[in-house]
Design a protein around this ligand. Structure first.
Ligand code: G6P
Length: 364
């Protein structure tokens, strides 16, 4: 496929820039203010069935798996259904117990990833109910699933996923409100999340305005041989995705760890040549996250924080607008897309077509 680059030098830059509109699209027509809930036309799940779900298992690969990790925490947090995400291929090969009371959700931008499709087919063979959270309409996974939510990110051409990741997480937030309002999410909380979702496009726009500053930061970190990404609970999948993005397009080695796990091993790696990107939201874990920054600073590590306010222990802070705690991960990921982008650009990489990677992997 080839689409107009619309004045951008790369598809990745175009797709990052499109996120305010893309998020607007995934929300459009789905919010019901009267009952502070969300309608999802293609879900194919009646309220009685929704109340009977005992677990949610989300399956995907790569960036879609990371979106699924955030999706699981949104569903568990709002609908109070135990939920987790797992790479689709791992799930398939460990001969999992397939449980009739579990709702399985397959996540895929392309809807064609073999590992995900094969997991869906295996689940269907065993009588499970499978929904899809998919971008490409009419794709194999969308057709195979019993129902689902289209992500409406629009065509994504760059091999690495940006706008589709963001939209997939927003789609999960919609699903979480929908399931939550059938179960125990209060009217007030439903309304609070819906209002938060509506603020996202303008807040993303605001983050994108900071691109020049992020570009300067990227120039300062581009000489790193390796980078550490840390986050806690909601921030951890953000760290995972940001580290994947950096690896994919800049070829800089990166790892992501829960901040609390630093002391159990990776702290040994911290030195001036190993910078850390830390996700530090203003939520109930702020003090815990600050303690991690102190531990890193005490080992002379350079720190770039993504936070809602300046972090003293960090060498640099990228400040993002605050939303509801649950939705903060969506915004905190966006400056890190730009950081990966400008790092790769500074290193002269082929951003839209990184070596050894394909947009969709349709073989095993
Ligand atoms: C490939 C791409 C990744 C993508 C993954 C899953 O590995 O390079 O960017 O996240 O496939 O793709 P999907 O289309 O299923 O989301």
């Amino acid at each position: 496929a080839s689409y107009d680059m619309g004045g951008h030098d790369t598809y990745m830059h175009k797709e990052i820039s499109e996120q305010p509109d893309a998020v607007d699209r995934v929300l459009r027509g789905r919010i019901d203010d009267r009952f502070s809930t969300v309608h999802l036309g293609g879900l194919n799940l009646d309220p009685r069935e929704a109340r009977g779900i005992r677990r949610v298992k989300i399956l995907g690969c790569g960036t879609s798996y990371h979106a699924g990790l955030i999706g699981a925490s949104l569903i568990e947090g709002m609908a109070r259904i135990p939920a987790d995400a797992e790479p689709a291929s791992e799930f398939r090969y460990r001969n999992p117990v397939v449980d009739p009371d579990t709702l399985y959700i397959a996540v895929s931008q392309s809807g064609e990833t073999y590992d995900v499709l094969a997991a869906v087919q295996e689940l269907k063979r065993k009588g499970a109910r499978v929904l899809g959270v998919v971008n490409v309409v009419g794709s194999a996974i969308a057709r195979e699933a019993d129902g689902g939510v289209y992500v409406h990110a629009g065509p994504e051409v760059c091999v690495v996923s940006t706008k589709c990741f963001t939209n997939t997480v927003v789609a999960f937030a919609l699903l979480a409100v929908h399931l939550g309002r059938i179960r125990d999410l209060s009217v007030t909380d439903g309304k609070r999340i819906i209002e938060g979702l509506r603020r996202l496009p303008a807040q993303i726009e605001e983050i994108l305005k900071g691109e020049e500053d992020i570009k300067e930061l990227a120039a300062q970190y581009a000489d790193a041989k390796s980078m550490m990404f840390i986050g806690r609970v909601r921030g951890y999948p953000v760290a995972l995705e940001a580290s994947l993005k950096l690896k994919e397009i800049s070829y800089i080695h990166a790892e992501a760890y829960p901040a609390s796990e630093l002391k159990h091993g990776p702290l040994a790696l911290i030195e001036p040549a190993m910078p850390t990107v830390a996700i530090v939201p203003d939520d109930d874990l702020l003090e815990k996250n600050r303690a991690a920054l102190e531990e890193i600073k005490a080992r002379s590590g350079r720190i770039l924080a993504v936070a809602h306010r300046e972090q003293e222990k960090a060498d640099h802070t990228i400040i993002v607008p605050k939303n509801e705690d649950e939705l903060d991960p969506i915004l905190m990921g966006i400056p890190l897309q730009l950081l990966a982008y400008h790092t790769a650009l500074a290193l002269g990489r082929d951003i839209d077509k990184p070596r050894n990677l394909a947009k969709s992997v349709t073989v095993e």
